[in-house]
Write a protein that binds this ligand. Structure first.
Ligand SMILES: Cc1ncc(COP(=O)(O)O)c(C=O)c1O
Length: 429
């Protein structure tokens, strides 16, 4: 059978591929320290599992946009947690935010601008659609944060008519770097987006995994008419496999919303019915759910900051995290020494870490960085989430007061991975 041109342009998602590889190698008895895949490890909240069981009999197809009681709950949740007002009519619930982002790229005209680095899937989604992709460069010294100046320069360089529509996809807190934006920074980016007719796809799936001192703001606060916000249950509620994502639409954009629902109706139809009913529970703003979100986020913060301290403390350049559960260290300062070891690309760097040091990571090139930029993305979730949550809840004060001790207790593989990275680093110098 012959493959289509679109199929030839696509390969398995790097994150899912590394996860399968590591699962296989672990099954064969190998001790791999897994910093390659970023799945939040906490258990399903008991109220959510109960709701799922109670709704096992929901077997009918549902409206593509998502059931009204769920959209009503999502609306209340965004108002309470982010102070964003989106009535249920301006919300679509889809099978994960990844699919909703893809559908938005199908529906929206114009080239895609992506900060480099950016999450793995965006550029591949755009490629499937034969969309032009422009990477906007950022600097590790500014935590790889997109700046208004760099955005404006890229928009000027890469578009013929400044009034033609363009799309910008931003993600914060960021996978792969852990950085986020202040309200002031978002306002400045919003102003450039407005000036150049840029529609912003704002991937805020890690919004509630924001660390202390980093209140999450949305660019939609400053550019509501041109922003689509996405989120879902995969990260702060650890429900990646439930496949529930949401997209919030600007007022007066019924045509776009209808178009995205039409695309959904011809492809994924609707989110699984029992899951939609269970999701109503997951979007409650009751103490039971909000405490769970807060505790899990605090554990992510303890683990991610621990890894950051180890890596940064060993003299490896790595921007400090402000949220999510990833870090992006680089060894560009050691380019010459690494060349001597046969490492000239981030792919070779990640391969060496896996083969010689048993640490799985992802090369920066998977995130739109030039292949020769010697950076990798590491995830900080290789621990037993159920045990971590229980230990944290037994004595949260102690965990917060003694973060190293807490991480040593709940995440020995993470601790071992840090030691391996430090040893690898010493082997270079
Ligand atoms: C930045 C980012 N956006 C979107 C997603 C996908 O989320 P969902 O499970 O809602 O499709 C992920 C998952 O890894 C992610 O890291």
């Amino acid at each position: 059978m012959q493959l289509s041109k679109a199929a030839k342009r696509i390969k398995p998602s790097a994150t899912l591929a590394i996860n399968e590889l590591i699962t296989q190698r672990r099954k064969q008895g190998e001790q791999i320290l897994h910093m390659g895949f970023g799945e939040s490890p906490f258990p399903v909240h008991p109220l959510v599992s109960k709701a799922l069981c109670e709704n096992a009999g929901q077997k009918s197809y549902l409206a593509t946009q998502g059931i009204k009681p769920l959209r009503e709950q999502v609306s209340k949740f965004y108002e309470k947690m982010f102070n964003l007002q989106y009535p249920p009519e301006q919300i679509v619930v889809g099978p994960g935010s990844k699919v909703l982002l893809f559908d938005a790229l199908v529906a929206l005209d114009g080239p895609l601008f992506l900060p480099a680095p950016s999450w793995v899937s965006y550029q591949h989604q755009a490629r499937l659609l034969e969309k032009e992709v422009y990477h906007v460069s950022t600097s590790p010294d500014d935590s790889y944060r997109l700046t208004p100046e760099a955005l404006e320069q890229s928009l000027q360089q890469n578009t013929r008519n400044p009034w033609d529509q363009k799309v910008l996809l931003m993600n914060y807190p960021c996978n792969p770097t852990g950085h986020s934006f202040s309200a002031k920074q978002l306002k400045a980016l919003a102003s450039v987006a407005k000036d150049y007719n840029v529609i912003v796809l704002s991937d805020e799936i890690y919004g509630l995994v924001s660390f202390e001192g980093q209140e999450h703001h949305s660019i939609a606060e400053f550019y509501p008419e041109g922003t689509l916000v996405t989120g879902g249950l995969s990260k702060d509620r650890s429900l990646g496999g439930f496949r529930v994502g949401v997209m919030l639409f600007p007022e007066d954009e019924e045509k776009l919303l209808t178009s995205i629902c039409s695309i959904g109706s011809e492809t994924w139809s609707c989110v699984a019915a029992p899951v939609q009913y269970a999701a109503i529970q997951a979007y409650q703003t009751t103490p039971a759910i909000l405490d769970f979100i807060r505790d899990c986020a605090q554990i992510h913060e303890l683990a991610t900051r621990y890894v950051y301290r180890q890596v940064h403390g060993a003299g490896i350049r790595c921007p400090p995290p402000q949220g999510a559960f990833y870090l992006m260290p680089d060894w560009n300062e050691h380019e010459k020494a690494l060349k001597g070891m046969g490492i000239t690309t981030s792919k070779e760097l990640a391969e060496t870490l896996l083969k010689k040091w048993n640490v799985a990571s992802l090369p920066g090139s998977e995130f739109g960085m030039p292949p020769g930029n010697l950076c990798i993305r590491i995830a900080t979730v290789d621990y037993d989430g159920e045990n971590a949550l229980q230990t944290f809840r037994e004595n949260p004060r102690q965990a917060l007061a003694n973060p190293d001790e807490f991480v040593n207790t709940i995440a020995p593989r993470l601790v071992a991975a840090c030691s391996q990275i430090k040893e690898f680093n010493s082997s270079i110098s």
